[in-house]
Design a protein around this ligand. Structure first.
Ligand code: GLC
Length: 613
């Protein structure tokens, strides 16, 4: 067993905070304590209910947005929950709720926000300093909405491109992920002052290592490998003072993380001396038992402190109250959980904050503003990886007559991917106010650009163009809906349902070959190739895919990942205003690979990337 990690945490507590917590705790009823341990979804818990049941946290699940999803609607909603939760009386102590969202690539929920590249592209940039800046900008745009807490950064070390959440992982290399963890946490929390939000490192532990990449599946590893690959990035994150940790849906060697006392108590809270609070994932305790009453006790006794029980929050409160009354959950366990929650609320300043609408960053003009968009464009430019550039077809020359085509050329929603406005992302340009598509970017910088719809490319006159830019690839997905499963038996073979249920969602596809996932792209490239027009392919995707057929038809091939709202950043590099700097954060499989798990017979290895020099 590892020696205890030297606890060099930035301790976000002190004697004043601890004394205050104890004073609060000794005056709390059981109902108030259990209320603090409960996180409900905004659609299922009104501000009045939050007050009546002393709820500790409210969240917006993906796409759960107030009003017209304008910034002001969010701030108004935050005010309503703040007023309700802080209004004291003889029943209610007035402890403010903490509002949480998935702001995982900017404040991606709100219309008009700056949407940064997803983590897979940031991993290609190999730039930890950039992470701090992106996180700080994200914090400001979260604060602009009156929100206190983001469920980020994801510290997954993804091992398979079949996983629908690979794009949320910076890299297959735990050291790269670890190098990003502390700067991102620090950028988000900004030393807990008014410019920061509370971070949530996730998902503890082994989310990126499931067999066959099945989301929420089974991670079968020795403790040594689990620690070396999947725990490693948490060490710098916790040392940087990350205040919350989210438990993972996956199981480790057959036991669900949500019920894993060793991983939560001995490892996270013991060996790593984590003093913040552990939050469950979305109904994550459901998979501990088919009897919800039993699942509640299993989750609490394993060491979870706050429970993301979006709809079932009243049943959760009722059952946990019964468990404490009969002694199947101890009061000391309840007090440990509440102490941790109050510690985060006190140390982050939330206990003393003014109402959201009166805070410095609420409704701030920097939200979606030029400064953040410029930062996003820089991040996009640094994320691109040049896989091929025959005859130096790139950069596009000033005199080139450029044909632009492909389903992702003028679709900012597709550029952004999942967790953007809606849980599963959006399509088109309307919902991503203020952004630019790749086409917009090319038109903005280059004289001779012609966009042709995919179904009209057949009719073009080849002599009218010097080069074609074909923007191809995936359409948005999130979580299990992004999984690639060759057959439904994969789930059983992978042991994902060992001793616990799992959510089985419709997979994105049954092959990691682009030509099978999106045959329209190969058809497009073939029709361009038949016309002898030099082709630059730009792949929008949440992961490396097998692209041998497509690659052979092109003169240049760019991995653009999921660049976010600022497609202009792609155009600037294609036009040579900036050079490529990106390096692959994952192995890129060749078609002949037995399977597309990492490292086997890679077409391009991790670290690969060309440039113009
Ligand atoms: C989801 C995800 C988690 C997210 C949470 C809240 O199921 O697993 O990453 O933070 O629910 O939306």
């Amino acid at each position: 067993m590892n020696k205890a990690v030297e606890s060099k945490h930035i301790n976000f507590s002190n004697q004043v905070v601890e004394k205050r917590i104890e004073q609060l705790l000794e005056n709390m009823s059981l109902a108030q304590k259990i209320g603090q341990m409960t996180q409900a979804e905004r659609l299922f818990c009104s501000p009045e209910q939050a007050r009546k049941f002393h709820i500790g946290s409210i969240l917006s699940g993906g796409g759960s947005c107030p009003g017209d999803n304008q910034l002001a609607d969010w701030v108004q909603m935050a005010d309503e929950y703040w007023h309700a939760s802080t209004s004291k009386d003889e029943r209610h102590l007035g402890i403010p709720i903490i509002y949480g969202v998935d702001a995982i690539h900017g404040n991606n929920n709100v219309l008009g926000a700056t949407v940064f590249p997803h983590n897979i592209g940031l991993g290609a940039a190999r730039n930890p300093e950039l992470m701090q800046k992106l996180a700080s900008a994200t914090a400001r745009e979260v604060l602009a909405a009156g929100v206190d807490w983001t469920f980020a950064p994801t510290l997954a070390v993804a091992q398979s491109n079949r996983w629908g959440r690979m794009y949320e992982s910076y890299s297959q290399d735990p050291v790269l992920v670890a190098n990003y963890a502390a700067p991102f946490v620090d950028g988000l929390q900004s030393s807990y002052d008014d410019d920061g939000v509370i971070s949530c490192v996730k998902h503890w532990v082994g989310d990126g290592g499931t067999t066959k990449g099945i989301d929420q599946g089974e991670t079968t590893l020795s403790y040594q490998d689990l620690e070396r690959v999947h725990m490693l990035p948490y060490y710098p994150a916790l040392e940087a003072g990350a205040m919350t940790v989210m438990v993972s849906f996956n199981s480790w060697n057959g036991d669900k993380c949500h019920g894993h006392r060793f991983l939560l108590q001995q490892e996270l809270k013991g060996r790593l001396a984590f003093s913040g609070f552990v939050v469950s994932d979305f109904d994550g305790i459901d998979y501990l038992s088919q009897d919800y009453y039993e699942a509640v006790a299993l989750g609490v006794n394993a060491g979870i402190d706050m429970f993301m029980v979006p709809e079932e929050w009243q049943r959760f409160i009722e059952y946990l109250t019964q468990h404490v009354e009969i002694g199947s959950v101890s009061m000391s366990r309840i007090d440990d959980a509440v102490r941790r929650i109050l510690r985060v609320k006190a140390a982050s300043g939330l206990l003393d904050q003014v109402k959201p609408s009166a805070r410095a960053w609420s409704n701030h003009s920097s939200f979606g503003g030029e400064k953040h968009r410029q930062l996003a464009k820089n991040a996009v430019a640094q994320s691109l990886v040049l896989l091929k550039n025959d005859n130096s077809i790139l950069p596009i020359k000033k005199q080139n007559r450029v044909l632009v085509c492909g389903k992702n050329a003028d679709n900012i929603g597709h550029q952004c991917g999942g967790f953007t406005i809606a849980w599963q992302g959006v399509s088109g340009n309307e919902d991503i106010a203020g952004g630019t598509s790749i086409l917009n970017g090319l038109v903005g910088f280059h004289e001779q650009v012609t966009y042709v719809e995919q179904d009209r490319v057949e009719q073009i006159e080849p002599n009218d163009f010097d080069v074609a830019v074909a923007v191809i690839g995936e359409t948005p997905y999130a979580e299990g809906l992004g999984d690639i499963r060759t057959n439904e038996n994969d789930i059983v073979e992978a042991g994902s349902q060992i001793r616990g249920l799992m959510k089985v969602l419709e997979p994105y596809g049954t092959s990691t070959k682009l030509s099978e996932l999106h045959p329209e792209d190969l058809r497009l490239l073939r029709s361009l190739s038949d016309k002898n027009i030099p082709i630059v392919a730009v792949l929008i995707s949440g992961r490396p895919l097998q692209i041998d057929l497509e690659l052979d038809l092109t003169d240049a091939f760019v991995a653009a990942w999921l660049p976010g709202s600022e497609g202009q950043g792609v155009a600037e590099v294609l036009l040579g205003k900036l050079d490529f700097v990106g390096k692959l954060p994952f192995d890129w499989p060749r078609d002949s690979a037995e399977n597309s798990e990492r490292g086997l017979n890679a077409r391009f290895p991790i670290g690969y990337g060309l440039n113009y020099r």
